[in-house]
Design a protein around this ligand. Structure first.
Ligand code: UD1
Length: 432
């Protein structure tokens, strides 16, 4: 039995939280260390998360030495590394696919089982494979594993049918040693892409990325030891701003880059939230009941799919009907049935959630089906009357460092109950 989170809801949160380094920036920068030969990459502000530990283990399994302490990581990659990735590690996390491009560039071959990750619909890697094939790789799928080979990748023009974050990162890393110039078109423009560009440049790669969705990479022969710093986690920061909104509290999130969360701030403003935005800090003030707003998830700078579950909690409590359209992932509405157990009134129609605002939510036993769904349930539990128990916490630890400590420091009442602890007494109290 896994541990569960117990939240006694109904408290207005008040205080300051500083954002962690971005999980989705740290993972590709770590994968980039594979490109080094006998050199070291130092990375600062690395969040201490399960996914980061999985990536570190994956790099170790290839032969790299990884040291990680106090959010500083040092990855030393030897002259010779393995090109075969262990299935148990790869299946733990979809971002494992980020090692494919650098491995192929570095070793001329790679074997990688198709990755796992959050249960948010089918998440193919066809765009990664199509791009690598255009660069001259031959790719076969054997018993659910990708077997890729290339006798030196060649620069070429690759148009992505969708601005996939992972495909942009993988292809950019694959192109670092390719012969000639690679031009990636219709690339993702998420801030994490540019964090990777900075890290690769500091290692000596030639990359021209001006934010227009076109990235040009000129192949080089070798890279150097370097240092990189991970940008603030915009999704984590936004989750805590939404915790303020959901509890009508006064929450400041510091060490953020506010324009990375512009789409959320605009929607909160439209909903009537009162906020103060400074250079590296955002405060949400008690704003009373928010008004319903509608939104659609899109690639950056559109509204992030990774915030869709959390914003839905604020909209569950808003006055009126909101429509949230999910256009990035299929079946990213697994949190809806759990929120409805807590008294929300949400109907799903195809890829839209129709949310009829209610005045309050009530505690319940709910299941975190994926990382951001889990975060949404925490927000709902904080806003709800009575006690909420959240099961399958492992998903939350993949992306939020010390979430319960950070929230308790600003007034939340959260405890992680070890698996043995029996909470029957509490559940019975709730039922009676
Ligand atoms: C990254 C983020 C994830 C976020 C997502 C979208 C990391 C580690 N994870 O995931 O938190 O939710 O961006 O912002 O950075 N697709 C294909 N074929 C492909 C690749 C993608 O069809 O080859 C589809 C996916 O199924 C999905 C959509 O494109 O529907 C977006 O995926 P993508 O941008 O690749 O997300 P990830 O890189 O997996």
């Amino acid at each position: 039995m896994e541990s569960k989170m117990k939240i006694i809801g109904g408290t207005q949160l008040k205080g300051k939280i500083s954002a962690q380094g971005a999980k989705n920036a740290a993972l590709p920068v770590m994968a980039a260390a594979i490109l080094l030969k006998g050199k070291t990459l130092k990375i600062e502000r690395v969040p201490n998360l399960l996914d980061v530990v999985t990536m570190a283990d994956l790099l170790r399994s290839l032969g790299a030495e990884v040291r990680f302490r106090d959010h500083e990581m040092e990855i030393s990659t030897p002259e010779e590394i393995s090109w075969e990735t262990p299935p148990d590690l790869v299946r733990k996390m979809r971002a494992s696919s980020l090692v494919l491009g650098p491995l192929l560039a570095r070793c001329g071959k790679a074997v990688m089982p198709l990755p796992g990750g959050c249960s948010i619909g089918s998440r193919p890697i066809d765009l990664h494979l199509k791009g690598l094939t255009r660069m001259g790789a031959s790719i076969e799928l054997v018993h659910g594993a990708v077997h890729a080979r290339a006798d030196g990748l060649r620069g070429c023009r690759i148009y992505l049918d969708f601005p996939s974050v992972g495909a942009t990162e993988n292809l950019m890393m694959a192109a670092v040693f390719a012969q000639g110039e690679t031009v990636l078109e219709n690339t993702a423009r998420e801030p994490e892409i540019f964090n990777l560009v900075e890290a690769l440049r500091s290692m000596g790669a030639f990359i021209d990325a001006d934010g227009t969705g076109v990235i040009r990479i000129k192949g080089v022969d070798d890279l150097e030891s370097a240092s990189a710093t991970v940008i603030p986690d915009r999704v984590e920061a936004a989750t805590y701003i939404l915790a303020g909104a959901a509890t009508n509290g006064e929450v400041t999130v510091s060490e953020v880059i506010p324009n990375h969360i512009d789409s959320l701030l605009a929607k909160l403003e439209e909903a009537g939230a009162s906020m103060t935005v400074k250079e590296t800090e955002v405060t949400i003030h008690p704003s009373g009941r928010l008004k319903a707003v509608s939104l659609k998830t899109l690639p950056y700078p559109g509204f992030p799919t990774d915030l869709q579950p959390q914003v839905m909690v604020a909209l569950c409590l808003a006055e009126g009907t909101s429509v949230v359209q999910e256009s990035v992932f299929q079946s990213r509405f697994l949190h809806v049935s759990e929120l409805n157990k807590m008294g929300a009134k949400i109907d799903i129609q195809s890829n839209s959630a129709i949310i009829n605002g209610v005045e309050s939510l009530a505690g319940a036993d709910v299941i975190a089906t994926d990382l951001r769904a889990g975060a949404a349930l925490v927000l709902a539990g904080l806003a709800a009357r009575d006690i909420t128990y959240i099961h399958h916490l492992g998903h939350i630890f993949r992306g939020y460092e010390n979430m319960e400590e950070k929230l308790c420091a600003i007034g939340a009442d959260i405890a992680i109950l070890p698996s043995e602890e029996d909470s029957k007494g509490d559940s019975q109290a709730l039922r009676s």
